[in-house]
Design a protein around this ligand. Structure first.
Ligand SMILES: CC(C)(COP(=O)(O)OP(=O)(O)OC[C@H]1O[C@@H](n2cnc3c(N)ncnc32)[C@H](O)[C@@H]1OP(=O)(O)O)[C@@H](O)C(=O)NCCC(=O)NCCS
Length: 327
């Protein structure tokens, strides 16, 4: 990187808007709004010992041209294996900026005691994959992003499935109806996340967030809509969830977040019914599409999604670099 042309500094709040624009120039078909970046940034600032983020400006224009940093994934939060991210403006690639940022981030990771780094990259971003491969990152997992076009979705089984679950004593509700402000409701959902989270295939082990982190993660940001959280309940206990949210950068799309059924209730069509309810809700609200991302080894979820009409649109590759224990 030419220091006379570019300057590296700490990331700051005012970078969030230009970062969202920069990101959109790279990932045109799945943009992320500044509001979503803000929610993530605030979430990361709130964890103990937050990792730093860095920015690079072009000196002549004072324009933000690159961002990189480390984050803690709250559900696989091995503190010694943080996740690295980095984006360079397409007009400023091949200037050594990515390498410069990477080396800075690598050095703070080492100083912070990290034993390795993890990084997620899109399967069609061959330059990013090559960048990581040259630096010792190897593929650990893949996840598939899939989409359901709501115009062609078939929800005709919903009345029959709703009646079946009702007959079995399972009530269908939403977070909006339950009361998103109620602590007991959120504690029930947290419990469901804890007992099901270990069954989701992922890189590394499932490390549950604290209750406070879980609450902040779910309630954080403008993408949270309690009416798009479909819940199944037996008595006072939540037995299934299928949640979703939005991003202002792509308003026609509802992003499916987490679907899970307590193990003792699996195989009874709880997840299928909740997902069909979400599809029905999304269509009535005028969304065009639902998207979701699932680990390629998550056969139960992938089978269900295919059955509902989801089709694969892109792939994410999860890579890892383990530091040499001697060096
Ligand atoms: C995936 C999961 C939500 C399915 O919940 P469920 O309530 O048991 O699912 P349903 O009973 O509604 O199953 C509906 C359909 O899904 C598919 N399916 C569900 N479990 C399956 C399994 N173990 N193997 C293959 N297909 C499966 C089948 O097509 C099934 O239809 P069928 O019963 O006619 O065969 C559940 O296994 C789970 O909670 N897993 C852990 C959480 C997770 O990985 N979530 C995804 C990350 S967001």
């Amino acid at each position: 990187m030419d220091d006379s042309r570019y300057a590296l500094r700490d990331f700051r709040e005012s970078d969030l808007e230009p970062y969202a624009a920069l990101y959109k120039a790279i990932v045109r078909d799945q943009p992320i709004s500044a509001a979503t970046f803000r929610a993530e940034w605030e979430l990361q600032r709130g964890v103990p010992n937050p990792w730093p983020w860095f920015s690079v400006d072009e000196r002549s224009s004072h324009r933000l041209v690159a961002v990189a940093g480390l984050v803690r994934n709250l559900f696989q939060a091995d503190p010694l294996r943080p996740w690295i991210f980095g984006d360079v403006d397409p007009d400023h690639v091949h200037q050594g900026i990515g390498t410069h940022l990477y080396e800075r981030v690598l050095s703070v990771a080492g100083e912070g005691g990290a034993t390795g780094l993890r990084c997620t990259v899109r399967g069609d971003h061959s330059a990013a994959l090559a960048f990581l491969a040259h630096r010792g990152f190897v593929e650990r997992r893949r996840s598939w992003v899939s989409a359901l076009d709501l115009a062609s979705a078939d929800t005709s089984a919903l009345p029959m499935l709703t009646a079946k679950l009702s007959h079995e004593g399972i009530e269908l509700t939403t977070l909006e109806r339950e009361g998103p402000e109620r602590d007991d409701v959120f504690r029930g959902l947290y419990d469901l996340a804890l007992v099901t989270g270990g069954d989701v295939p992922r890189v590394g082990a499932f490390t549950p967030p604290t209750y406070e982190e879980y609450r902040r993660l779910q309630l954080g940001g403008p993408s949270f809509h309690p009416d798009s959280w479909m819940l199944a309940k037996e008595g006072d206990r939540y037995v299934g969830v299928s949640s979703a949210g939005t991003d202002a950068a792509d308003p026609g799309v509802l992003h499916q977040w987490y679907t899970a059924t307590r193990s003792e209730f699996r195989g009874r069509k709880v997840a299928e019914t909740l997902k069909l309810r979400l599809i029905d809700f999304a269509r009535k609200r005028g969304y065009v599409r639902i998207t979701t991302a699932n680990d390629s080894l998550n056969q139960p979820m992938w089978s269900l999604n295919q059955r509902l009409g989801f089709h694969k649109i892109s792939e994410r590759i999860h890579t890892e670099k383990v530091f040499d224990p001697v060096g």
